[in-house]
Design a protein around this ligand. Sequence first.
Ligand code: FAD
Length: 492
Amino acid sequence: METHMSKNRGEIYRALASIVGSSNVSDSSAVNITYGFDASPTPPSQPDFVVLPRDVLQIKHILELANRHRLPVTTLSGGVNVAGNAIPTQGGIVLDLKWMNKILEVNTDAAYVLIEPGVTYDELTAELAKKEFRCQIPTSPGGSSPLAQQLLNPSGSLVNRHQDSIIGLEVVLPNGEIIRTGSAAFSSSGFYLRYGPYPDLTGLFCCSYGTLGVITKASIRIYPVNEDIKLLVAAFDSFSSSVDFVKEVCRRNIAEHTIIWNRQLYKTYEIKSSADNRLEIPPVLYEDPRKSNPDIPYNVVTIHMSGFKEDMETHEKVIDKVATGCKGKLLKKDEREKLLLPAIKSWEKFYLQYHIPTMDQVKKYGLGRYVPWIVIGEPKDIVKIEKESIESMNELGLRPICYYSMPFDYGRAIFFRIFSYIDPRERETMGKVRELYLNMFDSAMRKYGVNPYRHRWGQSKLYQTGGYQLLLRSIKNLIDPNNIMNPGIGVF
Ligand SMILES: Cc1cc2nc3c(=O)[nH]c(=O)nc-3n(C[C@H](O)[C@H](O)[C@H](O)COP(=O)(O)OP(=O)(O)OC[C@H]3O[C@@H](n4cnc5c(N)ncnc54)[C@H](O)[C@@H]3O)c2cc1C
């Protein structure tokens, strides 16, 4: 992108400072470099300016300025995306929304909460708990943004029983115009209804990764905390049995959330990290992930559900029956503790207190746990993909190889994520891994028709989407003709 940056750097800095105040804008490399990378294999790139606005009008003025100077703008809410999507690959402005952190409305009547981008899961969960409500289970750390996470619909969001957790949005478009979607499009209405006037424009901004505008408010669905909350665990000796099980449980609407963990993953909870940030990995994780081990199950499935006590007792019996029917076994309390400590403690925190993960886990993730290859496909194909992807990763000598998978869209599809322990500081290995992942996408798309997940290193595949991407690019061109918003993401 041709920008006016080189000759106008000082002028742009002063203009930004006049909008947000000089203590809320940085052009210092020492600060800005921290915004230039994440744990993914995406090459680092630092922004020219980091700006921390406090309200929607400041954002409007920043976008107008950015448009005048054709400066790229990358928006951050929680800033813990681990898929390369928030790296300012073309420099420009990073808009960090952490100061916009108000819970604007907790509406227990219409069961929604209206939040700003900088609100964290921990803050929201604590506030909702006071009113005996909760939001959907997060699959990201307590410091991440529910607005950003639910907007992106990454792994966990879609397995919650209630989909489309975002209802309505306030968005600053790239030209500075402010719009609202859903019922709130009418200035006299609140944010209570997703499918308001005609086409669903909330959906246009979901999964848009900051390419179509800056989201400044979102209303998200909330649910009363139920009388009884349960975390069950079932064990299986093959991946295909656990896939059959989650399909059944989901389609029959028995549980709210299920995840399949392979043993290389559930045993990772035993990993220790040393003071110099190296990992101490238990030997069991170096076993060949394709071979079963008689002492521990090949996969376990966590099952989360809540409701009235009577309901939960019946549901537990049904889960037991379905697990047995799928050649599995619901684990009793003592079996769980014997097999799954310390994983079970962490899962209890996650499911029963809606909080993940501990700082220690975050540190491990940062050390490379999140360099994943992810696809979404039909259940029968995912079983073949599990086998082939383990083989491909084995060939590159990547061990231990962990994965989790979970049903999407009520079990019509399965989300499959596989990864290894790669230190993000080892750029050469990261390069090889990126190459491998691209080849794995090619193969899985050709043979099994999977969708690659929305990670930066799989996005070139989106150019294969024909009329879909053409329409999307026309829409983008209409609202962001200078392509300032997060350029380089997806087909933009
Ligand atoms: C330890 C760890 C574990 C995780 N585990 C999981 C997991 O199991 N499953 C999972 O799905 N995810 C997981 N995540 C990552 C999760 O994907 C992020 O939480 C999610 O991307 C939202 O992150 P965020 O709030 O930090 O958003 P950011 O990093 O701030 O932004 C994410 C993307 O959305 C865009 N964006 C953000 N805010 C706005 C806005 N207001 N307007 C417009 N665009 C915006 C950004 O430009 C970027 O492209 C994990 C992350 C960590 C660090």
